[in-house]
Design a protein around this ligand. Structure first.
Ligand code: NAD
Length: 327
């Protein structure tokens, strides 16, 4: 029994749908029978390869920027949207280079969507928050009541957007809820340049014959969840999570980054040097979460970390082989 209408048969917009998590949501929505799946992405980080199957399967792509309300107006004029998944963001690392714009994107996109929803242009908003809003753990494991203590402007923008969602629910009675994933890993996470995730960049460096790097002492820890498990949980939240509520989505596995890099090296068969680099200012020291609230609401499936990591590395190995063949 769903507290909302079924996603199957609905028109769905995914902002940031060409990115890592967004593109997996798009694929699942299409497989689950959404009437129409529309994507808006400015390709700041996402790419069309992530949507290869989705576009063949009928998804509609707008290469546009949802920080402009007029771009969203245009999409809504052309499509009958029931549900929006707000995944658009500029990666956390970008906030070290352009703090103000990283903040702006997170809040402006949310406000643009909330205004459209307030005017009745769609029914339900699933807004993506991030574990980064908690900052370093004041207590462990972190639940949804943990104070918000963002250490970067990226996280500050996310925390502000969360408050905006909650206030629009209280003021205007809109149907919006917040999912708060912890660190995701899996196929399609960006592997290039300064905005790359730790698993893909480590895999890429090794597969390209370079040495992997650890920033800081490697003891900083994160809670890593396989992206397909996150998507499954997010889509189940549609049926059960009341408006105005927030839920953590984590695997409760707390892995030190140094250990993770060693695991990646080991699974790829690399036994060379791991380079030590200075730590980053404002890096969160520890993330260890509880998903008790989520588990009380849905059947929550978790892929064992070693299986998920192996599947992820297999995907990157295949990807780099393809790149090398084309080079
Ligand atoms: N990946 C994680 O570990 C993780 C953890 C917690 C929360 N989240 C949240 O999940 C959501 C998706 O994250 P992701 O890892 O897929 O990130 P991603 O960077 O892979 O995807 C974000 C997408 O948004 C697009 N984008 C950026 N600015 C835009 C704009 N103004 N207009 C249109 N598109 C824009 C980018 O091009 C990109 O494709 C984000 O809200 C993020 O905060 C991610």
């Amino acid at each position: 029994m769903s507290i909302r209408g079924e996603l199957a048969g609905s028109g769905v917009l995914v902002t940031g749908g060409a990115g890592f998590i967004g593109s997996h949501i798009v694929d699942r929505l299409l497989a689950d029978g959404a009437r129409e799946v529309v994507i808006i992405d400015n390709f700041f980080l996402g790419n069309e390869q992530n949507l290869e199957n989705a576009l063949k399967n009928g998804a509609v792509l707008y290469r546009d920027d949802c920080e402009f309300s007029s771009s969203l107006d245009y999409v809504f004029e052309n499509h009958n949207i029931d549900v929006v998944y707000n995944c658009a963001t500029k990666a956390l690392n970008y906030s070290f280079m352009n703090p103000s714009n990283a903040f702006d994107t997170n809040i402006v996109v949310a406000l643009n969507l909330l205004e459209l929803q307030r005017k009745g242009l769609f029914s339900t908003l699933c807004h993506f928050s991030t574990s980064e809003v908690y900052g370093s753990a004041l207590y462990e494991p972190m639940d949804e009541m943990h104070p918000k203590n963002p250490t970067t402007t990226y996280a500050a923008g996310k925390a502000a957007a969360d408050l905006a969602v909650e206030s629009y629910v209280r003021m205007f009675g809109i149907d919006a809820y917040i999912v708060r994933p912890f660190n995701n890993y899996g196929p399609r996470q960006n592997d290039a340049g300064p905005l790359a995730g730790v698993i893909p960049i480590t895999a890429r460096r090794i597969l390209e014959g370079r040495k992997p790097e650890i920033h800081g002492n490697g003891l900083q820890s994160r809670d890593f969840i396989y992206v397909h498990d996150t998507i499954d949980a997010v889509l189940k939240c549609h049926d059960v999570l009341p408006a105005g509520e927030t839920v953590n989505i984590s695997a409760e596995n707390c892995i030190a980054i140094g250990h993770l890099i060693e695991m990646v090296a080991d699974l790829i068969g690399y036994d060379g040097e791991i380079i030590r680099k200075p730590g980053r200012a404002s890096d969160v020291a520890c993330h260890n979460a509880t998903s008790d609230k989520l588990r009380d609401m849905i059947e929550f499936y978790l892929t064992p970390f070693s299986d998920g990591l192996q599947q992820t590395l297999d995907w990157y190995k295949a990807r780099f082989k393809r790149i090398q063949r084309l080079a």
